[in-house]
Design a protein around this ligand. Structure first.
Ligand SMILES: CCCCCCCCCC(=O)SCCNC(=O)CCNC(=O)[C@H](O)C(C)(C)COP(=O)(O)OP(=O)(O)OC[C@H]1O[C@@H](n2cnc3c(N)ncnc32)[C@H](O)[C@@H]1OP(=O)(O)O
Length: 258
């Protein structure tokens, strides 16, 4: 049954989601929940498909490991998600909090390369360490009007590189994740073609950082995104990056098309 759903999703995704009858594979609740960040640019909602009957855990909710600064910034951006109209009524603002799951598409097979065991155990890299606060604690917000994304990131103690400081690979991972999320939101399924990273100043372990990403331009299949990583008060620049994402046919991720 699951294989059937995977094959069907893979086939339909590779042909685009237009006309796809999702209710067969998504419960109403899950569908509503997952659609929310993307509902104005519909085809991109394929990035959030979760063909499960249960509601997945959103790992970008506050937990007890979050520092007061992390919580403050979360609340700041969360407040921007609501706006008031001229009558003082609440309406949606330009910002959306993006949910974050430990697997984007549960039944992606990785084509012929992924064994059933790996397939079952696969997890999103940034959500694979279960201890709260030990590694990547983050929450991302998307501004659909400005085509920007900001992520509040708290770097845990398992991410050490130089003694007492955050590993450059962990920084690049977060930049890839946030720029990729923005590119995916704007263009549907993408893969990173390049990620040019310039480390300007070291990040003390445990810091809370802001990762600001913005769309540069889209040229056909190519989505160019720039990124700055700063201290939480934005006074210090830690890292700059430029990334290219290329739109992909998602079929091979399901093993349905080469
Ligand atoms: C919700 C959770 C969200 C989490 C987000 C996480 C994001 C993480 C994303 C990743 O980390 S993906 C993993 C790392 N990336 C890879 O493994 C990608 C490996 N490379 C590939 O699969 C292909 O090379 C790639 C898809 C990037 C491009 O192959 P294609 O065959 O689709 O592209 P093609 O060769 O047709 O080129 C399309 C355009 O892109 C250009 N291009 C491709 N690769 C390039 C490159 N590396 N540098 C510069 N330009 C490049 C290419 O020149 C061309 O430009 P033009 O259209 O102007 O002719």
């Amino acid at each position: 049954m699951l294989g059937h759903i995977a094959r069907r999703l893979g086939h339909q995704m590779s042909n685009g989601l237009k006309g796809m009858n999702l209710p067969h594979v998504l419960t109403k609740e899950t569908h509503r929940h997952l659609q929310s960040p993307f509902d104005t640019i519909c085809p991109v909602s394929m990035m959030s498909l979760w063909p499960f009957s249960g509601k997945p855990q959103d790992f970008s909710q506050p937990n007890s490991s979050w520092s007061p600064e992390m919580v403050r910034l979360y609340e700041h951006y969360n407040a921007l998600c609501d706006a008031e109209n001229e009558n003082g009524e609440k309406k949606r603002g330009p910002w959306r909090k993006l949910p974050s799951y430990d697997r984007t598409i549960k039944y992606a097979t990785g084509g012929v390369h992924l064994s059933k065991l790996v397939q079952a155990k696969a997890r999103l890299f940034t959500r694979c360490i279960e201890e709260e606060g030990a590694a990547f604690e983050y929450v991302a917000f998307l501004n659909k009007v400005e085509k920007t994304c900001v992520c509040v990131f708290q770097a845990g103690h398992l991410l050490e590189g130089a003694p007492g400081h955050l590993h450059g690979g962990a920084i690049a991972t977060m930049i890839d994740t946030v720029t990729g999320t923005l590119a995916g939101y704007l263009s549907g399924p993408v893969m990173t073609a390049y990620l040019n990273t310039n480390y300007r100043s070291p990040v003390p372990l445990g810091s809370v950082l802001l990762i600001h990403c913005a769309l540069d331009r889209i040229e056909g299949k190519k989505i160019f995104v720039n990124c700055k990583v700063t201290s939480s008060d934005e006074s210090k620049l830690h890292t700059e990056a430029a990334a290219l994402f290329v739109s992909i046919n998602i079929g091979p991720l399901f093993g349905t098309q080469s």
